[in-house]
Write a protein that binds this ligand. Structure first.
Ligand SMILES: Cc1cc2nc3c(=O)[nH]c(=O)nc-3n(C[C@H](O)[C@H](O)[C@H](O)COP(=O)(O)O)c2cc1C
Length: 344
């Protein structure tokens, strides 16, 4: 099956099977400490932040989803780019491997024309460094998008369940760290919904990688999606909840959150989840699946979702009595681990 068809299949399953979103709600295990007397004006709350040397209007990223030579995939990316630009948030594209196999796909990655000022992040699967891609392709992916960085995604579970999966992850770490030294833009490591372990993040930091999108479990399940694509393979269901919950990873990474630029994603579904992520040490937060249906509709539909999340972030800061993102970042006094009943 071609990659283009596979990408369309993925979108179809995300949109049509409600259980692809595992709805783990792991962020509910944490509670922000409500301040009944905030002593600030809601209209003074400022949720801007800096990411990849650019100012964002909110600490939000539309996570990697798609791109390809089908017109629908290009339309989705254009709408996401227009909305991200209008709202001042960051945007990552889906894997650009397809542009090396089907050259007509490049149009779907020419997004700078729609998003001149925001951070754009290119994307390739790390395991492809063991197959047909190398540093030259990585740089070309960045150039195509005029990107501010390159996501390398790690997806061993997805590849293991996918009938045509690329499962040779041997010696990949040396290929990744070597690539990080040759790129002219930052390399960002990400998972796709099973989570980067705190140990792997420490390992990356030691090798000079600074950006990590934890992409933990609780949201979109690639194991389930791949099972839906090949109904004869029940193993995908066994693993549909495999992985490390996003807030658990963030909590474990608090001691290194000043060195690492952590991006929270995987199962975040509203602005309160975003604020919890930042209090736990993330610099910004990403969501993928919540933007897909709106992106099938219109740019305005994506803008509406982003604006709602922005307002939820503003109200959360107001209810914490904090005027800006710096005041909540990695702030132990603002969050309770419900299970333990104590502030962190
Ligand atoms: C339709 C769809 C396509 C995706 N494609 C990619 C991809 O090509 N590369 C990648 O790194 N992640 C991809 N992801 C994973 C997301 O970037 C994100 O890490 C994951 O879905 C968890 O976020 P969520 O729970 O908010 O959906 C995709 C997600 C969705 C929903």
């Amino acid at each position: 099956m071609s990659i283009g068809q596979r990408k369309l299949d993925h979108l179809h399953h995300v949109l049509n099977d409600a259980q692809v979103d595992r709805n783990g709600r792991y962020f509910d295990a944490f509670r922000l400490l409500h301040n009944a007397l905030p002593e600030i004006n809601l209209s003074d709350v400022d949720i801007r932040c800096t990411f990849l040397n650019k100012t964002l209007d909110a600490p939000l990223l539309i996570s990697s989803m798609t791109g390809g030579d089908h017109p629908e995939l290009a339309r989705i990316n254009q709408r996401l780019a227009e909305a991200a630009e209008a709202c001042g948030v960051a945007l990552a594209v889906g894997s650009q491997r397809i542009q090396f196999e089907r050259p007509a796909s490049v149009d779907s990655f020419n997004l700078r024309q729609f998003a001149p000022s925001i951070p754009l992040i290119a994307n390739l699967g790390a395991v492809q460094l063991n197959y047909q891609l190398n540093a030259h392709h990585a740089q070309e992916a960045v150039n195509q998008l005029d990107a501010d960085g390159l996501y390398l995604h790690l997806n061993p579970l997805q590849e293991a369940i996918q009938p045509e999966g690329d499962t040779n992850f041997s010696h990949l770490w040396s290929a990744i760290t070597e690539l990080a030294t040759t790129m002219d833009k930052p390399l960002l490591l990400k998972e796709v919904g099973c989570g980067l372990s705190p140990q792997l993040i420490r390992q990356g930091l030691a090798q000079g990688i600074h950006y990590f999108d934890v992409a933990g479990s609780g949201g979109t399940s690639w194991s389930r999606i791949e099972q839906l694509r090949s109904a004869n393979n029940p193993i995908g269901l066994t693993f549909q909840d495999w992985g490390l919950p996003t807030p658990w990873i963030l909590k474990q990474c608090r001691p290194i959150a000043t060195q690492a630029q952590l991006i929270a994603s995987g199962g975040l579904r509203n602005g309160v989840d975003v604020v919890k992520s930042i209090v736990l040490g993330a610099r910004i937060a990403g969501m993928a699946a919540p933007f897909l249906q709106p992106a099938m509709e219109s740019t305005q539909a994506v803008i509406d979702v982003i604006e709602q999340i922005k307002q939820e972030i503003r109200i959360s800061l107001f209810l914490l009595g904090k005027k800006n993102i710096d005041a909540i970042w990695l702030n132990n006094n603002l969050i309770v681990d419900v299970a333990e009943g104590n502030p962190l």
